[in-house]
Design a protein around this ligand. Structure first.
Ligand code: ATP
Ligand code: MG
Length: 400
């Protein structure tokens, strides 16, 4: 008998020919997540993946894989020979019946040549459970589901299903450049994109000394929270001060916010091109602030044809906050260190900018050379679980 974690796929089931790619990607992600256990055995099949965890602490492993996207649910199972008596004895020995009042036996025969049909196995096991415990059968509203999965030569027995993180394995959908401000919305947007299989790299616009080192530290701390979902992240820190000051000096100040957002999009777009990242991801939400009215979105989006994925676009702030709490980014996001958008926000930003006025304002200064300067002076920070503490310590030291 072997102990095993049995992993079920979610939406992967609908992916036809790409299925193998999806399963391989999920297996790789599980492996990366569990790389601290060197000789763990992970076997991926068309319908399930199995982790043979040997002498390792199964609860620790279960808690590690609960954040791996692409897993619909998982169970702790016993792998035994397909001998009927062994199956029946294992059911009786391995399940804690005291927790339940009712049960149902659910047998699946992957091996149709097995000498007993599923119904016979169900009845036979149920009789033994009825005789040996106080439980009653309830086929509709059962407390305990006794699952028996018969394959060629062996069987898996499990009872509880634990919900997984759902979604698609990170990386399967390509890459997204997340505009990460340090506020509440963008960390949630990145989480939602990762859940759909997008591998995230982050871009942050900093305007020191107007924005503090603490604002960058906060962004890195937020990225640290993402390490539950992926093993490594790149953060591109963009020195935005000069461009931001030039916008403030040259442009009509009702338009400065629209124009600085267009500059952010241009920089993000060019970085995507350079790093082979397909889409930009951000935390915009319809009508949340002046830059996120539909009219502003038209004027700002106009600088790129690249899809901008806005996972929070139709969520209320309160829904975004709930999600931020769930993924443990909220407490960091509300730390009071402001980013450049807040610091340079004009008193009356335009909420329905006209494109011709935007262009008139942009023609007042040579933004191309300033964009180049931003792109040529990017600070690239790599964050993974090995260096996160060190990175945060260094940044912290820099603060004082
Ligand atoms: P958040 O939306 O993250 O809570 P916020 O509400 O302060 O922060 P907004 O002004 O609503 O930010 O900006 C909309 C989106 O633009 C953000 O969700 C984020 O994706 C992006 N963004 C804003 N400021 C920055 C920045 N300094 N660096 C990177 N991205 C930014
Ligand atoms: Mg916002």
């Amino acid at each position: 008998m072997e102990d095993v974690i049995l992993i079920r796929y979610g939406e992967l089931n609908t992916k036809g020919k790409n299925r193998k790619l999806f399963i391989d990607c999920l297996k790789d992600n599980i492996k990366k997540k569990l790389d601290i256990y060197p000789d763990l055995e992970i076997t991926a099949y068309r319908d399930r993946t199995y982790i043979f965890f040997k002498d390792y602490d199964e609860n620790k492993i279960l808690s590690d894989i609960k954040d791996v996207f692409g897993i619909q649910s998982f169970s702790l199972a016993k792998k035994v020979s397909d001998d009927y008596q062994v199956i029946e004895d294992t059911v009786m020995e391995s399940i804690d019946f005291n927790k339940y009042k009712t049960f149902k036996v659910l047998t699946r025969r992957g091996d149709k040549s097995y000498p007993m049909i599923s119904d016979e196995i169900n009845r036979s096991i149920a009789t033994r459970v009825l005789n040996g415990t106080d439980l009653k059968v309830d086929v509709h509203n059962y407390g305990l589901g006794i699952n028996i999965d018969i394959r060629s030569g062996f069987a898996y027995i499990f009872s509880e299903k634990i919900n997984g993180a759902g979604g698609f394995p990170v990386g399967i959908s390509g890459k997204g450049l997340l505009m990460l401000s340090g506020g509440i919305d963008s960390p949630v947007a990145g989480y939602l994109a990762m859940k759909r299989g997008v591998k995230i790299e982050c871009i942050h616009f900093a305007s020191p000394p107007y924005t503090s080192k603490k604002a960058l530290h906060k962004v890195l701390e937020l990225v640290g929270k993402y390490l539950r979902y992926d093993n490594e992240f790149i953060v591109y820190n963009i020195p935005f001060t000069k461009l931001q000051l030039e916008i403030n000096n040259s442009c009509d100040n009702t338009y400065s916010m629209t124009i600085s957002r267009r500059m952010m999009y241009r920089i993000a777009d060019r970085l995507c091109e350079k790093q082979c990242i397909e889409v930009i991801v951000n935390g915009e939400s319809i009508a949340q602030v002046a830059s996120q009215t539909l009219q502003s979105m038209v004027a700002i989006n106009n600088v790129t044809n690249r899809p901008i994925i806005r996972p929070c676009v139709c969520l209320d702030k309160i829904e975004i906050i709930d999600m931020a709490k769930k993924i443990d980014t909220y407490e960091t996001s509300i730390l009071p260190y402001e980013d450049c958008c807040t610091i340079f926000l004009p008193p009356h930003p335009i909420i329905a900018p006209k494109l011709e006025n935007v262009l008139k304002n942009e023609n007042k200064f040579d933004y191309e050379s300033l964009l180049d300067e931003c792109l040529n002076n990017i600070e690239r920070i790599v964050i993974n679980s090995n260096n996160i503490n060190e990175v945060l310590d260094i940044e912290e030291e820099n603060l004082f």
